[in-house]
Ligand binder design. Sequence first.
Ligand SMILES: Nc1ncnc2c1ncn2[C@@H]1O[C@H](COP(=O)(O)OP(=O)(O)OP(=O)(O)O)[C@@H](O)[C@H]1O
Ligand SMILES: [Mg+2]
Length: 253
Amino acid sequence: MQKHATVIALTGKGGVGKTSLSAAIVRQLTEQFPEARVLAIDADPAIGLSVALGVVVTETLDDIRRRVAEDVTEKLHDTQDILAEAKFRLFQAMEEQNGFAFLAIGRPEAAGCYCAVNTYLRQVISMLADEFDYVVIDGEAGIEQINRRVMEKVTHLLCVSDQSRKGLQIVETIRKVADELVLYDEIGLVINRAPLPDRITEDVCGGIPIAAVIGQDDAMTENDIAGRSIFELPPDTPILLGARRALENLHII
Ligand SMILES: Nc1ncnc2c1ncn2[C@@H]1O[C@H](COP(=O)(O)OP(=O)(O)OP(=O)(O)O)[C@@H](O)[C@H]1O
Ligand SMILES: [Mg+2]
């Protein structure tokens, strides 16, 4: 029987380090398991993971959705053909670059409505779960994609927060909703850029087990200024060590 993928999603308030940590996790997985099939998904319409990973995006999920929809009205009629076409385009779009495949949700043009592409993403996650060993999803900030069940098939939910009460409250809310709507096996909390790590205890975090605490990472800041990818960071920097610790605590490595 084929093994179902480990699907890791990163969620939390805006600006707390979800994208950076997603990229760090992708790097750790590709280094730890060079033979494994790894897929990184940028599920944030604001886009960022491609830059963090240093990959070039040619076609997004939203592009594919629109092109297949056009074909459906013009030449494709049979449901099986439509599915086959969507799958074919998807695999073309996910061409592997640095030892992992990459897919971006894209930026739907219809102002304000991400419903269609989010529904598509949910189906894509289900469909791809058997084609990959590890799927890493950099989620949109906030609770929307959890609410819309986009993250339903996630096996490992990684909540990211700064040390602020607000960030931790958002994570607590996410967990409550995820308990109903996500079929996760493991959940963990990463507190990123923590200025006062000594003050962090399990009870401030809504009962979510702490997977890692990461301090300010100056090498990351340098990388950011220069626009370099996560693969250009030295291996012993706080964000990479934190990603590794989180993966260990979630029993992935
Ligand atoms: N531990 C760290 N040390 C230094 N800089 C960091 C650290 N973690 C993240 N950053 C920087 O903080 C900024 C925000 O991080 P990032 O983009 O990963 O957050 P995000 O949660 O994905 O934000 P958004 O909600 O906007 O998508 C980036 O410039 C990133 O390089
Ligand atoms: Mg981000």
